[in-house]
Design a protein around this ligand. Structure first.
Ligand SMILES: *Cc1c(COP(=O)(O)O)cnc(C)c1O
Length: 222
């Protein structure tokens, strides 16, 4: 199937929901991104800072750029001027650096806390306890150039839809619980980024507001 047909199919699946599609364009060349853009998709997810920056420079300026991969503090400065949403905040230190770089370019950068919900050891992210602690740190209120708008999570890579559903449902429950907390003005929990090619159908059923889909649109990556 073509990129256009794949996007149309996912868009159809998402109609009557308020869930947004982030097309994961990592490793794909800019002409491929332009095909997605022409098919109406204007939110792109990248996992590497340099790759996102070089694509940003040559592509239309109405594209939203979502950083979905692990972010090193020393690279925040390259994306601060243009990034729409950072999905992968996994420490307070990183959040402080985003605040610093956002201040330099006089922007407020929306961020998600990445939560480790999978069984695998290798995936990045905060535990539920660590995320709760971060949200309750008194110094968080002083970070005036960041806004925490929700959470991102990745389920275990498994055939077991029972397990996937359980992990995604757990994140949704944490999301709902956190919305009842008294938090500073730079926190407004509204977005839940969960669901990839293999599990976005389940994620939408479990309350995702943003799915991050790569291979189901563009085919498998090398
Ligand atoms: C690569 C990636 C995706 C998309 O994966 P697909 O299986 O190709 O849909 C989603 N989220 C993150 C964080 C990724 O790194």
């Amino acid at each position: 199937m073509s990129i256009q047909a794949n996007i149309a199919q996912i868009t159809l699946f998402l109609q009557h929901t308020s869930c947004k599609l982030i097309a994961v364009t990592k490793t794909k060349p800019v002409d491929v991104l332009m095909q997605a853009y022409e098919a109406g998709c204007k939110r792109f997810g990248e996992n590497k800072v340099q790759e996102m920056q070089s694509k940003y420079e040559v592509l239309p300026k109405d594209i939203e750029w979502h950083l979905i991969g692990h972010l090193q503090s020393n690279k925040v400065k390259y994306i601060a001027p243009f990034v729409s949403l950072i999905h992968s905040i996994d420490s307070f230190k990183l959040l402080q650096e985003v605040n610093k770089q956002a201040g330099k370019v006089n922007r407020t950068i929306p961020c998600l806390l990445q939560i480790h919900i999978a069984e695998e050891e290798t995936k990045f992210g905060l535990s539920y306890t660590e995320a709760e602690e971060l949200l309750h740190r008194p110094e968080l209120a002083t970070l005036q150039y960041v806004k925490i708008i929700g959470f991102m999570g990745m389920a275990t890579f498994t055939q077991s839809t029972t397990q996937i559903r359980k992990e995604l449902r757990g994140l949704k429950e944490f999301f709902e619980k956190s919305r009842t907390w008294q938090l500073p003005p730079n926190v407004a929990i509204e977005e839940l980024s969960m669901g990839m090619s293999s599990d976005y159908h389940i994620a939408v059923e479990e309350g995702s507001t943003m799915i991050r889909v790569g291979s189901s649109i563009f085919g498998s990556r090398q």
